[in-house]
Write a protein that binds this ligand. Sequence first.
Ligand SMILES: [Zn+2]
Length: 81
Amino acid sequence: MPIYEFRCLHCGRLFEKLFINPSEKADIRCPRCQSDTCERVISRVNYVSRAGAGRTKPSVTTRSCAPGSSCTTIEIPGADD
Ligand SMILES: [Zn+2]
């Protein structure tokens, strides 16, 4: 089951929602202010922006791994701590 991350455009709250069935997408509300003005956040980008606030940034490398597609490798400094 997919878990999507959303950001409330009203108060900025980040929250995750688990979709058991696709029709639930019609009912996305901020758990803090109950606003339904929320945008989907792509987790990887979100993670990078969070990590970027710290002292080190993850290294993102995109390369071709097959004709017509690419692979992305993310190296996160200090992830083993
Ligand atoms: Zn909100």
